[in-house]
Design a protein around this ligand. Structure first.
Ligand code: NAD
Ligand code: 89Y
Length: 344
């Protein structure tokens, strides 16, 4: 798109949207012209806080009234399909929070609607935009083709305090958090997965869905990956929301440790580097690395739109991640391994 500034609206003015809005405001090629939330007081307060000229409570009214280039959907997932399809009908490019939707059929329909309408559709899959994982992926170039990956996120952080809907969701940790680690696994391995086995558990007595999941995968080229997710794990130090990683190749190992520490071990020795911590004016603990990733992914979406390129984690790419998510639930429900069709 060749325009000085792209006209953007944001739908869903809840907890996480504040990091999106703060980031949009410092991306110079974008102008946040309107926000929308079905709760009028939230829409109004959010518009005031982020200096946005107009607010709406009805998404259709927003699309009718505004001439938009981009919409950013930051509602909870049950509304993602309806809102993405609405954007497609109005010919507006879309960036939508993860998880794309709650069923595979919804995800496929969303991707197809955007393709038919000729709008760009990207999923806001931000974990791979954390600086430490961009750097880790570069370091893997020194270790040859990885034969093993372990990603783990084991925490006892009270996520339900800020995101109470997670306590009542029928499916919790794989859809909400596993989706990020499954995407990271695809990103770090530069490969797709062909077989998956998953065990789920519920440890918290007062929630509805699973809060622990262990997923084992085989990649198309034969590598093994193990993904561990838990909100029931006490640790010496609470690291929420940091993901840790181990990547092994024939020529070396890459380790992603806490607080920006990276290690590379090869036959010529052991090097370590610590990335400088994020420093954004709006950052809030403990999610600073992710808040920085939010800015990076939004800038990437805008750069791709302006250059006519497909963004990373565009809808069809993210369908592969979502297929892994749904396969993990199928595997856990049936205690069987699932063969995936991840052909090109
Ligand atoms: P939230 O419940 O705090 O906010 C959602 C807002 O959307 C609410 O204000 C609600 O009124 C509004 N809304 C819902 N449906 C709507 C509709 N149809 N039309 C208009 N408004 C509607 O939720 P949240 O915690 O901010 O999560 C939002 C999304 O962000 C989720 O998809 C969640 O998975 C994702 N999230 C991502 C990260 C991350 O990327 N690291 C972190 C937290 C949350
Ligand atoms: O919603 C989740 C996410 O995307 O990152 C962490 C989180 O906030 C809670 O699991």
């Amino acid at each position: 798109i060749e325009k000085d500034r792209l006209r953007l609206a944001l739908i869903g003015c809840g907890y996480f949207a504040r990091y999106h809005a703060a980031a949009w405001r410092v991306i110079p090629q974008v102008e946040l012209v309107a926000v929308c939330d079905r709760a009028p007081e939230r829409a109004q307060a959010f518009a005031e806080q982020f200096d946005v000229p107009r607010y709406y409570t009805n998404p259709e009214a927003l699309f009718r009234a505004e001439r938009l280039d981009i919409v950013d959907i930051v509602t909870t997932p049950e509304s993602h399909r309806e809102l993405v399809e609405l954007a497609a009908r109005y010919g507006v490019h879309v960036i939508c929070q993860k998880p794309m939707a709650l069923s595979e059929a919804d995800c496929v329909a969303m991707v197809e609607s955007c393709e038919r309408a000729g709008v760009s559709f990207m999923v806001h899959e931000n974990f791979r935009w954390q600086r430490i994982f961009r750097r880790a992926r570069t370091l893997t170039e020194a270790i040859g083709e990885p034969f093993f990956l372990r990603l783990w996120f084991r925490s006892h952080y009270d996520v339900f305090a800020r995101q109470p809907y997670l306590a009542t969701a029928e499916r919790f940790i794989i859809l909400d958090l596993g989706v990020h680690l499954l995407d990271l696994a695809r990103f770090l391995m530069r490969d797709e997965f062909s077989t998956l086995y998953c065990i789920t558990q519920r440890v918290h007595p007062q929630i509805r869905g699973e809060d622990v999941a262990t997923i084992l995968l085989r990649s198309r080229r034969g590598a093994a990956a193990s993904i561990e997710l838990s909100y029931a794990s006490f640790a010496p130090r609470e690291l929420f929301p940091q993901t840790l990683a181990l990547i092994e190749g024939p020529l070396g190992t890459v380790l992603v440790e806490a607080d920006g520490l990276l290690r590379l071990i090869t036959s010529s020795g052991h090097t370590e580097e610590r990335l400088a911590p994020p420093s954004l004016p709006w950052q809030e603990p403990p999610g600073e690395w992710i808040q920085e990733a939010v800015l990076a992914i939004q800038q990437h979406f805008v750069d791709c739109l302006r250059r006519g390129l497909m963004p990373e984690t565009h809808g069809r790419d993210n369908l592969r991640t979502m297929q892994l998510v749904f396969a993990a639930y199928r595997s856990a429900d049936t205690t069987s391994s699932i063969a995936l069709d991840q052909s090109e």
